[in-house]
Design a protein around this ligand. Structure first.
Ligand code: GYE
Length: 308
């Protein structure tokens, strides 16, 4: 009898939720940490994860999403490589009756019923934070001040919005301007290569400041600055976004001046959302993790226990 009861009590296993996740690539430390966070959180919360990595190709993301529809997964999560071009595929998913969560980067669609919620950072605010740091830091320095910018992936939400947020703030000073700007795809190698190019400019056109849209590009650029015989952090101020361990180490070493935080560890929030959706609950349309800015004073302490 006791066997009967205990069997029937344990024998109603809830069917696990299956989550299809289209990850956009593995370009940066941030991305690698984001992927790991999703995998770990899925394992911890008993969610079956089917993940496909699109290697920076929106077309591959479409293919992955169509596979998820075929498999009849319960929920689809998408970290979209670029902002535009999502309406048609999201309509296909909607027609299949599968709820969508947009993770990390945002999409630009008119019909917001095409996804349940977006979990990710406020990129505009991140750019603005970098700009505010700069205005404050250089408030006593007369212009002209030339800024070089390493953009992320063209057309990606973080690159577009960080650029806009930064400009919205630095435009307050007329003697401060972005004199060089190019995409370096959020990678260290491209950051190094593009910065080398920027530094070919004659001395009177060289930048005083580098704003890199992520840490990896800043780390590459730091090499390029040193190769050119200049001191990163002194001859050229360096600002970046993310807060990877390697960047915080360079910040503590004085080669970076400020790192705006962007949190990749949002796997638990994604799993929570998947569960709530399957339980029929309503979610807020946008969920934004709280984020800060790291400066040199705080860097050494922040490196301790850094997860990525
Ligand atoms: O800042 C960058 C990554 O989408 C917020 O993508 C993310 C960005 C992150 O490659 O390092």
């Amino acid at each position: 009898d006791w066997l009967q009861t205990s069997v029937s009590e344990t024998a109603k296993p809830e069917t696990p939720i299956t989550l299809g996740f289209s990850q956009l690539g593995k370009e940066s430390a941030w991305r690698v940490a984001n992927t790991a966070s999703v995998q770990e959180a899925a394992a911890e919360s008993g969610i079956r994860l089917v993940m496909k990595n699109a290697e920076q190709s929106q077309k591959k993301q479409f293919e992955a999403i169509r596979d998820f529809i075929q498999m009849k997964v319960d929920v689809i999560a998408i970290a979209p490589v670029v902002e535009s071009g999502w309406e048609d595929i999201l309509r296909e998913v909607k027609a299949a009756g599968i709820p969508v969560v947009i993770l990390d980067r945002s999409v630009n669609v008119k019909d917001t019923s095409l996804f349940v919620t977006t979990i990710g950072s406020n990129f505009y605010e991140e750019g603005a934070k970098a700009g505010k740091y700069l205005l404050d830091r250089l408030r006593h320095l007369p212009g002209p001040i030339r800024i070089a910018e390493l953009q992320g992936t063209s057309g990606s939400a973080p690159s577009i919005q960080r650029g806009e947020g930064f400009r919205s703030v630095v435009s307050a000073r007329e003697d401060m301007s972005i004199t060089q700007s190019a995409p370096a795809d959020f990678t260290e190698d491209k950051g190094r290569a593009i910065m080398r190019g920027f530094l070919q400019a004659p001395a009177e056109k060289r930048p005083h400041v580098l704003f890199a849209h992520n840490d990896d590009m800043a780390l590459g650029a730091i090499d390029a600055i040193e190769e050119a015989g200049l001191k990163p952090g002194e001859d050229i101020l360096v600002l970046s976004v993310d807060g990877s361990r390697r960047a915080l180490e360079q910040l503590a070493a004085g080669k970076l001046n400020a790192v705006v935080e962007c949190n990749p560890l949002i796997g638990p929030q994604l799993m929570q959302a998947a569960k709530e959706i399957m339980a029929g609950r309503t979610l807020p349309k946008r969920m934004v993790p709280p984020e800060d800015i790291f400066t040199q004073e705080r860097a050494a302490e922040a490196v301790n226990g850094r997860k990525f």
